[in-house]
Design a protein. Structure first.
Length: 426
C-alpha cells in the first residue's frame, strides 16, 4: 500500500473505489511509518521547505490567472479580438491537461526534488517566452508550453509536503500547497494585473518568471532529497486512472468547474462594460475573487471531512445558483463585486474532489493528484472557449455566467453517475 494513501483526508471512502484491484480500508485505519520511512530532515526546517513549495503554487497561480484580468490589454497588444485572446487561456489549460498525466507517469522514476526543479525551470522559461512573444501565434505556443508542468508540480509537491510532515499533519501540509494557489488571487494576481495595465502586459509574465525563479532557488536550498520514485508502473497507473469512479470524478471536475472559468476569463470586460466599473478597480475586484477562493478552499476541506457524501453535490448546486444570480445582478458595481466573491468560493469543490480522487486511485498517488489539476484546467479551457462562443453569438457579457450554470448542472450529472457506479461496486 502506498504510504501516502491518506495524506489528503483523514477518512477513507470505500464506496468511491471500483475495479478488481480495489483496496478497502476502514475510516479508522491510517499509515504508520516504520523506522526506515521517517521523514527526511530539511536543511532549514520544515517551515521553509513548505514555504518553498507553497511559493511555487503562488507563482503558478499568478501565471494561470493573470492573463484573464489582462485580456483586453493583451488582445490590443497582439491585435486580436477579446474572445480570440481567450484562446491563450485555453492554450495554457490544454498544456496542463497534456502535461500532467504524461509527466506524472513518465517522470515517476525521477527523484521528486529533481523533478520539482525541472518543472519550475520549464514554467519559468515558459513565462519568459510569453513576455518576449512577438505575435499572437508565438504567445499562444508559449502559453501552452508554460502550462505543461502545472499539474505535475502540484501533484509532486503535495506528495513531498506530505512526506516531510509528521503523520498527523500531512493533510494540512498538502492544504498549504493548494492555499498558495488560492492566495495568488488575493495579492499576486491583482499586483500582476496592475503591473500589466501600468507597464504593459509583458511585465506581468516577467513578474511570474521572477517568482518562479526564486521558487527554483528555494526548492534547491530548502527541500531535501526526499521520497523514492513511486513503484507504480505506467501501465498500472493508467489502469488506476481508467477506473470508472476516477473517470467520473475527473469528469465532474472538468465540467463542473468550467462555470467559474467561463466567468473569470471575461471578468474584466464584464466589470467595465456591464457593471460600469473603471478599469483601475479591476485589480481590487480580482483580490475579492481571490479572497473567495481562500474561503472556499478552507470551507471545502471542512465540508469534505464532515459531510463527505453530500458536500460535492451541495457545493455544485449552490455554485450554479451563485452564477445565475451573478448573471442578473452584475449590472451594478455592488452586485458584481458580491457576485465575484461568491463565485470564487466555488473553489470549495477542489479539496472535496481531491480527497475522492486520492482514494479512488490510491496506488497511483502522483497521477491522481496531477489528474485533478489537469481536470481543473480542462474546465479552464472549456469554460473560456464556451464563454467566448456565447459572447460571439451575441449573448452579451452576462452570457458566460449562464454557460456556467449549464456546466455546473452537467457536473452534477457526473456526480450522480459516479454515486450510482460506486454503490453498484460496493
Amino acid at each position: 500500500m502506498n504510504k501516502f494513501y491518506d495524506i489528503h483526508a483523514g477518512h477513507h471512502f470505500d464506496s468511491y473505489r471500483s475495479g478488481p484491484d480495489a483496496v478497502h480500508m476502514s475510516s479508522t485505519q491510517s499509515y504508520q511509518p516504520t523506522d526506515q520511512e521517517t521523514a527526511p530532515q530539511t536543511p532549514f526546517g520544515l517551515g521553509w521547505a513548505l514555504f518553498a513549495l507553497a511559493l511555487g503554487g503562488l507563482g503558478i497561480g499568478i501565471g494561470e490567472f493573470t492573463p484573464m484580468g489582462l485580456l483586453p490589454t493583451i488582445a490590443q497588444g497582439v491585435d486580436v479580438s477579446i474572445p480570440r485572446a481567450g484562446w491563450l487561456i485555453s492554450a495554457y489549460a490544454l498544456g496542463v491537461v497534456v502535461g500532467a498525466p504524461l509527466i506524472a507517469v513518465f517522470g515517476g522514476g525521477i527523484p521528486r526534488r529533481r523533478l520539482l526543479l525541472g518543472l519550475m525551470a520549464v514554467f519559468t522559461v515558459g513565462n519568459l517566452l510569453s513576455a518576449l512573444a512577438f505575435g499572437f501565434p508565438t504567445l499562444l505556443a508559449a502559453r501552452f508550453f508554460a502550462g505543461l508542468p502545472h499539474g505535475a508540480f502540484f501533484g509532486v509537491a503535495s506528495l513531498v509536503a506530505a512526506e516531510l510532515s509528521p503523520p498527523d499533519r500531512r493533510a494540512r501540509a498538502v492544504a498549504r500547497i493548494l492555499l498558495g494557489l488560492a492566495i495568488a488571487n488575493v495579492g499576486g494576481v491583482p499586483l500582476a494585473t496592475w503591473l500589466g495595465q501600468t507597464l504593459g502586459w509583458r511585465s506581468s509574465f516577467g513578474l511570474v518568471a521572477v517568482v518562479t525563479g526564486v521558487t527554483f532557488a528555494l526548492i534547491r536550498l530548502c527541500v531535501p532529497q526526499s521520497g523514492q520514485p513511486e513503484p507504480t508502473t505506467g501501465a498500472r497507473a493508467l489502469r488506476a486512472l481508467l477506473r470508472p469512479g476516477v473517470l467520473l470524478l475527473l469528469g465532474a471536475a472538468a465540467v463542473g468547474l468550467g462555470g467559474m472559468f467561463a466567468v473569470y476569463s471575461y471578468i474584466t470586460p464584464t466589470l467595465t462594460h456591464r457593471a460600469g466599473l473603471p478599469s483601475g478597480a479591476v485589480p481590487a475586484v480580482l483580490a475579492v475573487w481571490g479572497l473567495g477562493m481562500v474561503v472556499g478552499n478552507l470551507a471545502g476541506g471542512y465540508l469534505a471531512d464532515r459531510f463527505p457524501d453530500s458536500a460535492p453535490f451541495v457545493i455544485l448546486t449552490v455554485f450554479a445558483a451563485f452564477l445565475a444570480v451573478f448573471a442578473v445582478v452584475s449590472t451594478s458595481p455592488v452586485g458584481a463585486v458580491v457576485g465575484v466573491f461568491t463565485i470564487g468560493t466555488s473553489f470549495a469543490i477542489v479539496p472535496c474532489l481531491q480527497s475522492r480522487l486520492m482514494d479512488a486511485a490510491a496506488d497511483a498517488q502522483t497521477l491522481a493528484a496531477a489528474g485533478n489539476h489537469a481536470a481543473g484546467n480542462l474546465a479552464n479551457a472549456l469554460g473560456a472557449w464556451l464563454g467566448g462562443v456565447a459572447i460571439d453569438l451575441g449573448g452579451g457579457w452576462a452570457s458566460p455566467a449562464w454557460v456556467g450554470v449549464a456546466m455546473a448542472a452537467a457536473g452534477l450529472l457526473f456526480l450522480v453517475a459516479a454515486r450510482t457506479q460506486w454503490r453498484d461496486a460496493a
